[in-house]
Design a protein around this ligand. Structure first.
Ligand code: AMP
Ligand code: MG
Ligand code: MG
Length: 253
């Protein structure tokens, strides 16, 4: 019994009532593809209350049948309210002043991101939805977003778009919070993304607080949850409309 409990704590066994899949993804995943996002934003050591502005905007497309990352989007973003990065921000994220100076403003970044989304939608036959049952067909694969916590889409992008009066793409109104999913599935509170991976015997690959590396590692963690039999579901929705077709969204933001 104690061994079982320890194994469960280490993520080697699943919580009671759920069968382990033996390393293969469980059938019945709602989403054929997931887009994992992890933003980096302006920050200061003193933690004074200033609205964070996104400085790195990465996204990776995970195939939930194979565990492969099939495409990536990545851009650095110029902060405009506080254009000079703090030393603390560069130390934390590894992002330099030159990288953001050569980046694009957030409205352009969102426009480029939506072009990538539309390309993926065409190439992979993806539909964006929070409720797969009604839309998924053998030809079309359902897709949604995944983040570690609700901060990226529920706080950072949400309030930056409000402050700057930018139109936030509607597809970014719902997502899977992988931290909440992890907590519920393994019945334990993870110590950050790297702690969550470590508890499962997975080493964080690359640099923590690099948006792209954080996204790739979050995708690896999502894949592990899938392999352990977790059926990933949308955990947060900011609006009442449940189905989105990107082709019907305007590109101009
Ligand atoms: P993360 O995805 O954990 O790298 O964090 C996303 C953003 O949250 C960072 O780019 C920072 O703006 C902010 N952040 C993360 N950790 C800290 C910290 N220890 N102090 C201040 N801001 C932080
Ligand atoms: Mg993050
Ligand atoms: Mg990060």
């Amino acid at each position: 019994m104690a061994t079982k409990r320890l194994a469960r704590r280490l993520g080697l066994a699943r919580s009671s009532g759920r069968a382990r899949s033996g390393g293969r993804p469980a059938a019945g995943q709602r989403f054929g593809y997931l887009i994992v996002l992890d933003f980096e934003a302006t920050c200061w050591r003193d933690g004074r209350r200033r609205g964070p502005e996104i400085v790195e905007f990465p996204a990776v497309l995970l195939n939930t049948s194979t565990g492969e990352i099939e495409s990536e989007f990545h851009t650095y973003v110029q902060p405009q309210e506080h254009p000079i990065l703090s030393e603390f921000c560069t130390e934390l994220t590894g992002i330099t002043q030159d990288q953001v100076d050569e980046g694009v403003p957030l409205n352009i970044c969102l426009s480029q991101f939506m072009k990538w989304i539309q390309k993926m939608q065409k190439e992979k036959k993806i539909i964006f939805t929070t409720d797969v049952q009604s839309n998924a067909t053998p030809e079309a694969k359902a897709c949604t977003f995944v983040t570690w916590t609700d901060w990226d889409l529920g706080v950072c992008l949400q309030y930056e778009c409000k402050r700057k009066q930018l139109r936030k793409p509607d597809i970014l109104n719902s997502w899977i919070d992988l931290k909440a999913t992890y907590r519920a599935f393994y019945n334990r509170k993870p110590k950050g993304l790297s702690g969550a991976l470590q508890d499962l015997g997975i080493a964080f690959a690359g640099r923590e607080h690099s948006g792209l590396d954080d996204s790739r590692n979050t995708a690896r963690l999502a894949w592990r949850l899938i392999c352990d039999g977790c059926v990933l579901k949308v955990t947060k929705s900011l609006d009442k409309v449940s189905n989105y077709f990107v082709s019907s969204l305007p590109l101009a933001l």
